[in-house]
Design a protein around this ligand. Structure first.
Ligand code: ASP
Ligand code: MG
Length: 418
């Protein structure tokens, strides 16, 4: 069996969904599980909606109406007016109606997951209905009964044993007669609340299903020809890799390459399942294959840019040396506040850490640290990572920029730039 994943960009409009059906139509004789993300920028819009609800902002209803309208317009291009999908989607949105009538819950991350998850619940309704409409028999599946997580909202930790058991128990039989269409990015807790697996987590969903079902391969269909050495939106002389090892792919995603979610590779590597990254606009093109043995010559370095970085320096209040005890305490506070460190450096009197700016988390972390330490920070910085670099590459990439922190190892150079 095969697992396909279609991201938001591939289903951002009616043409995208028509194209998805065309791609899937080429695999009529295969057993196929299809993982779909929210349409276009819906997740961002639902994040805005969550914030507006929590802050009881004036534009709450306007944001919500725009989200609904976007989906209904696409549906009217795809289906006749009396098609049951209109009711299915309207009923799914009702979950949000109920929520936003009530007072916001104290736990922001909990509220976030209950609202943001609706993006995938509706996109999959639309995709499954359209595949059936086109004669491609598909079964819509609520992933929350299969991917079981703990209750770490916005970062649900998968409970593998339970998940494997649920998936293996019922999915193979479903796949014998239908394609299965399900939501990326979502999980369910033992109390039947919805969790999300972290932004861009649909790739990870595809990999969980593939690992549990022993799939032949996973294909993620994207708006790029495959995995490139750099983001084509930022660089114009990019090259595509035909193949990469799992290890290289893990390194790239670890340093922030957004082409695949960082958690995707490990389950596939453990089960030796290849991951194909292919362009949805040209389904016959080979794309990039990620597998155990790949021979890649890095003629150009791999360049990864992360924007919106904070560089925070932490010192003791009495200017004593930063000791192992301090470090262990500081790491504990990062972990507790769910702030992930991208690069760090210690000196005698301070410890510098670079991480992504996620406003609420940064504020609580800072408050927490300021109780016992002195802190100083710079934000709006860029973290540049260059793998398989040459000194020339680094010079060229940092022209006109101030380097605030630099860390160079044999294969990887990381620089925090202003
Ligand atoms: N829709 C989610 C997001 O935008 C998950 C995904 O696209 O993979 O983060
Ligand atoms: Mg996406």
């Amino acid at each position: 069996m095969l697992v396909f994943k279609f991201g938001g960009a591939s289903v951002k409009d009616a043409a995208g969904i028509i194209n998805l059906a065309k791609v899937v139509g080429n695999y009529k004789n295969e057993q196929l599980l299809i993982v779909v993300s929210a349409m276009g920028k819906t997740t961002n819009a639902l994040e805005d909606l969550t914030k507006a609800y929590v802050n009881q902002a004036d534009d709450l209803h306007a944001i919500y109406e725009r989200i609904k309208q976007y989906h209904f317009e696409i549906m009217s291009e795809l289906f006749e007016a009396n098609h049951p999908v209109f009711d299915e989607v309207a009923n799914t949105f009702v979950e949000i109606d109920w929520m936003i009538e009530d007072e916001p819950h104290d736990d922001f991350d909990f509220t976030y997951d209950q609202i943001v998850s609706v993006g995938e619940l509706v996109s999959t309704r639309i995709v499954a209905a359209y595949l059936n409409h086109e004669g491609l028999k598909s079964q819509w599946l609520d992933v929350r009964g299969y991917i079981h997580t703990d209750n770490t909202y916005r970062e649900g930790m998968v409970q593998w044993d339970k998940t494997r058991e649920s998936i293996q128990l019922s999915i193979p039989a479903l796949l014998e007669h239908n394609f299965v269409v399900t939501q990326g990015f979502l999980g369910g807790t033992s109390e039947n609340f919805t969790t999300t697996l972290g932004r861009e987590g649909s790739d990870y969903t595809a990999s969980i299903f593939a690992a549990c079902l022993g799939a032949e391969s996973v294909t993620t269909w994207k708006d790029v020809p495959g995995i490139l050495n750099a983001d084509p939106k930022l660089f114009n002389d990019t090259v595509k890799f035909d193949e990469l090892t799992y290890t290289e792919a893990i390194e790239m995603t670890y340093y922030g390459a957004t082409v695949i979610h960082p958690k995707t590779i490990k389950p596939l590597q453990n089960s030796r399942i290849p991951l194909l990254v292919k362009p949805f606009g040209n389904p016959d093109a080979p794309g990039t294959v990620i597998k155990e043995t790949a021979s890649t010559v890095f003629e150009k370095p791999v360049i990864i840019i992360k924007q919106k970085q904070v560089l925070l320096s932490i010192a003791t209040k009495d200017y004593s040396f930063i000791s192992e005890d301090h470090l262990s305490d500081i790491f504990g506070r990062f972990a507790k506040n769910h702030v992930k460190i991208n690069v760090m450096q210690t000196s005698a009197l301070s410890f510098s850490v670079c991480f992504d700016l996620k406003d609420e988390r940064f504020e609580t972390l800072l408050k927490d640290l300021n109780k016992d330490y002195k802190t100083k920070y710079n934000n709006d910085l860029t973290l540049l990572t260059v793998r398989h670099y040459s000194t020339g590459n680094i010079k060229e990439l940092t022209i006109g920029k101030t380097v605030l922190l630099e860390q160079i190892s044999r294969n990887t150079a990381q620089l925090v730039l202003k």
